[in-house]
Design a protein around this ligand. Structure first.
Ligand code: PMP
Length: 394
């Protein structure tokens, strides 16, 4: 049996991590893997998480199973964090999942059960796990234009033109904020135009939000998503707590399905629980419980959002420093996009050869499509990166 298996392609980002580890240069810079790192290069456990864990250790009396769709308190807390009051609670079905990836996977399986012939439309480019899971499930997939390689902003005209061609019942996968890998995002006015096109065509929005709080703020980052959820008949949302709570390995995410027709909510909820049962039965609880404790406690929540805000502003300051440094060296504003992008990533727009030269000659590691992780920088490494960018002719 096992001899039938074919070798799977190696994960490019994990390969990059290994190359970085093996590089003996002491001044190497890692801008590859998508985790937040502070100025010391550490991915810290957030203060509120530590406090909640301590409290949980003291008060938790059982590790028995939760509900199949996770704890209702976790669903309520996350629905409120992501959707606020944009939709009524009784219009939302939800299930806890292992990370945001689990939510993406369960959303796709739900779509496959309800509408097996639907095509999933993904942005070009998108997070590589999107096409990989869609293909693995044997679902149909197509791309819509998203990134303008010249301006390094959103090709909004191209995007709208492509969205307008999508047939009713197909699904459009959108990034809620902090687009991965480009860092280029829709304005609220552009979200409104996207909604108008989706309403006209009858395509169904599926929003992946993995970085709420990393862009313009917790509320601002969810504004577009909330408009979609309140105005479209049906919306799927995959949310991750990995980044904004810093609990990557705890595998904490949630799938929410919003329907304006409240009579469809119960059948949807039943199917989400069914899907969890088929794939892994009960979802992980530890991270979800910590998130619930933080969101439901005034002091913990205040401390968490203050620390998240420090993280966000730190990345923004690095963006501005890098853009300024490059303006000085290049004598032009052609790198101003770095300060306009939001979230952890920016697509630099370098060729694969330039990315390779950065690695070989400067010890600077970024993903082959020239996605750089802003959080991999600190005040001292920004000028080094800026000089290297100009040196390799980007
Ligand atoms: N969607 C996108 C666009 C992401 O970048 C990520 C994180 N890499 C996720 C979803 C989910 O991550 P996780 O499964 O670690 O929560």
């Amino acid at each position: 049996m096992l001899s039938n298996l074919k070798q799977q392609p190696a994960d490019k980002i994990l390969q990059l991590v290994q190359m970085y580890r093996d590089d003996p240069r002491s001044d190497k810079i890692d801008l590859g893997v998508g985790v937040y790192k502070n100025a010391e290069g550490v991915t810290p456990v957030m203060r509120a998480i530590k406090a909640a864990e301590k409290q949980l250790w003291e008060t938790e009396t059982t590790k028995s199973y939760t509900g199949l769709a996770g704890e209702p308190a976790y669903q309520d807390a996350m629905i409120s964090l992501v959707l606020s009051s944009s939709v009524a609670r009784e219009n939302v079905a939800a299930a806890a999942t292992p990370g945001g990836t689990g939510a993406v996977r369960q959303a796709l399986e739900l779509i496959q059960m309800a509408s097996p012939d639907a095509t999933i439309w993904i942005s070009n480019p998108t997070w590589p796990n999107h096409p990989s899971i869609i293909k693995y499930l044997g679902m149909k997939m197509r791309e819509y234009r998203y990134f303008d390689n010249d301006s390094r902003g959103v090709d909004f005209e191209g995007m709208l033109a492509d969205l307008a061609q999508i047939p009713a019942g197909d699904v459009v996968l959108l990034h809620g904020c902090c687009h991965n890998p480009t860092g280029a995002n829709l304005t609220n006015a552009q979200w409104a135009e996207v909604i108008a096109v989706l309403q006209e065509t009858g395509a169904i929005p599926f929003i992946d939000i993995a970085y709420q709080g990393f862009g313009d703020g917790l509320e601002e980052d969810a504004a577009g998503l909330r408009m979609v959820a309140s105005e479209m008949p049906q919306t799927l949302i995959a949310a991750s707590c990995s980044k904004n709570f810093g609990i990557y390995r705890e595998r904490t995410g949630i799938l929410m399905v919003v329907t304006q027709d409240a009579s469809l909510r119960d059948v949807t909820q039943g199917n989400l629980a069914f899907l969890n049962r088929q794939n892994y039965s009960f979802p992980p609880d530890h991270g979800a419980r910590l998130v619930t404790m933080i969101l439901d406690d005034k002091a913990l929540r205040a401390d968490w959002s203050a620390e998240l805000e420090e993280v966000r502003l730190g990345m923004l300051a690095l963006r501005e420093q890098l853009a300024k440094e490059l303006q000085k060296l290049a004598g032009s504003d052609r790198f101003a996009f770095l300060a306009q992008h939001r979230g952890m990533f920016s697509r630099l727009g370098a060729t694969p050869e330039q990315v390779e030269t950065l690695r070989r000659d400067h010890g600077i590691y970024m993903v082959g499509d020239s996605r750089l992780n802003i959080a991999g920088l600190n005040k001292n490494s920004v000028p080094i990166l800026a000089k290297a960018i100009i040196d390799v002719g980007i």
